[in-house]
Design a protein. Structure first.
Length: 438
């Protein structure tokens, strides 16, 4: 190492040592093994206990369709905020489900606005304290999750962030000793995992994994020398838009719901069910949400109809080889072209779309819609509001065919097809296209 870097290195080392001493001195050491919910370790094996019984999380992320979650073999729902928390907890209890309650916190990169501002930090702390004390005795409560993907970098500039985070965790331990505390990180990044291990007093580590699930065991081995505690996979599922192929204009190409369902089934074999530190997982996403499209992660539509993925999760959770209750939708073509062929249309041009359905069903029907491409990202966050469909674009539509007029305004769009059957199941796909004037 060049000598000129030694002074800077010594500064960071001293800052890191000071930070470590601060954090270590502020870690709570109390664990309540007589609590309603707790983690027990015996010879390196960790188990979650709820009401005196061993409890393996078979969970889903969301806040809706709770009766269906119970019916398909799930036992826990994970929420991300506290909106309508009372009704979610009540509905969960009604359906014999537990809840990992998300307590939303601003990310550490907002330290200048929140964590370095004593008045704002104090207000945030007391709001969370009131909420914890309001719901701590609810029978459906399982775990408190403080924040989501906050970024736990080992940076001395985040001193106040860690201080405020630990105040919240310590408060929950004091005010509600009956329920453990976790937080989530993205993947198993060693620097964040080391920070969580050294600088916080969470009871359980939770990590959001998607494509990384396949290599999880390898990643766990890499970090096992400094972290050997219990963990939850707080999100797992199909590949996100950030991993997908793109059109020439940058639109993400989405798989059909049938292909996604196959992915949920194949990925589950990588679930570390035999790992002694594994407490369970949450599939993403048990409901309907907008993220690039309104169908990308959604296992249900906005009216509660279920996709193929719901039946797959019943197989994963129960071991039953349930038969699909959804149409066999293979793919869509526009003017005989697929998404990878970069479909370009002129404003007002008439186009024809067709669906390939393996086993046609005379009782099924298809809903066709055109939406503008969702490019909206603000402060690294995807838009979470479903867009409005383009009106008066469809000229005719049927079970396997549709004719539409390209929108008059130049730009990127998608044609969606959702095929419903008489049992309430659906399959869906979409194809991006671009409208451009000569």
């Amino acid at each position: 190492m060049p000598l000129k870097f030694l002074p800077q290195l010594s500064v960071y080392l001293l800052a890191g040592i000071s930070f470590f001493i601060f954090a270590a001195c502020n870690k709570s050491q109390s664990k309540n093994l007589n609590a309603k919910v707790f983690v027990k370790e015996i010879n390196g094996r960790f188990e979650l206990y709820r009401n005196g019984k061993s409890f393996e999380i078979k969970g889903a992320a969301g806040h809706t369709n709770l009766a269906k979650l119970n019916a398909t073999g799930g036992n826990t729902i994970r929420t991300y905020d506290t909106l309508n928390l009372q009704s979610v907890l009540d509905e969960a209890a009604k359906n014999n489900l537990a809840v990992m309650v998300g307590l939303p916190l601003p990310e550490s990169r907002y330290s200048d606005y929140v964590y370095n501002n004593p008045a704002v930090a104090k207000k945030q702390f007391h709001e969370i304290k009131r909420l914890v004390n309001r719901y701590k005795n609810h029978p459906a409560l399982l775990i408190w999750c403080v924040g989501n993907e906050l970024d736990f970098s080992p940076n001395p500039k985040l001193f106040n962030f860690y201080s405020e985070f630990n105040k919240i965790v310590d408060m929950i331990h004091r005010d509600d000793p009956d329920h453990p505390v976790t937080t989530t990180m993205t993947n198993f990044y060693p620097k964040n995992l080391l920070s969580l291990s050294l600088f916080t007093d969470i009871d359980i580590l939770s990590t959001n994994l998607f494509i990384s699930l396949e290599g999880m065991n390898t990643e766990l081995e890499k970090v096992s020398w400094f972290w050997k505690g219990p963990f939850i996979i707080s999100e797992w599922g199909i590949d996100g838009p950030w991993y997908s192929a793109k059109t020439a204009w940058g639109a993400r190409i989405e798989e059909t719901s049938q292909k996604k369902a196959a992915r949920y089934l194949s990925m589950y074999r990588f679930m570390p069910l035999d790992n002694q530190r594994f407490l369970g997982s949450f599939v993403f996403y048990w409901g309907s949400k907008q993220e690039t499209t309104h169908t990308w992660f959604s296992m249900f539509d906005d009216k509660g109809h279920q996709s193929e993925a719901v039946g797959v999760m019943e197989q994963n959770w129960t071991g039953k080889n349930t038969q699909p209750q959804t149409p066999d939708l293979d793919y869509m073509l526009i003017n005989s072209k697929g998404a990878m062929e970069n479909i370009i249309l002129k404003p007002g041009e008439i186009a024809n779309a067709t669906l390939n359905i393996t086993s046609p069903d005379s009782t099924a029907f298809t809903v066709w819609e055109i939406f503008p491409e969702d490019w909206f990202v603000i402060d690294k966050k995807w838009n979470d509001k479903k867009l409005r469909s383009v009106k008066d674009a469809l000229l005719s539509s049927g079970y396997q065919q549709a004719k539409f007029k390209a929108p008059a305004k130049d730009g990127p769009y998608r044609l969606f097809a959702t095929v419903y059957n008489r049992s309430g199941g659906f399959s869906t796909c979409n194809t991006p296209f671009y409208v451009v004037s000569n």
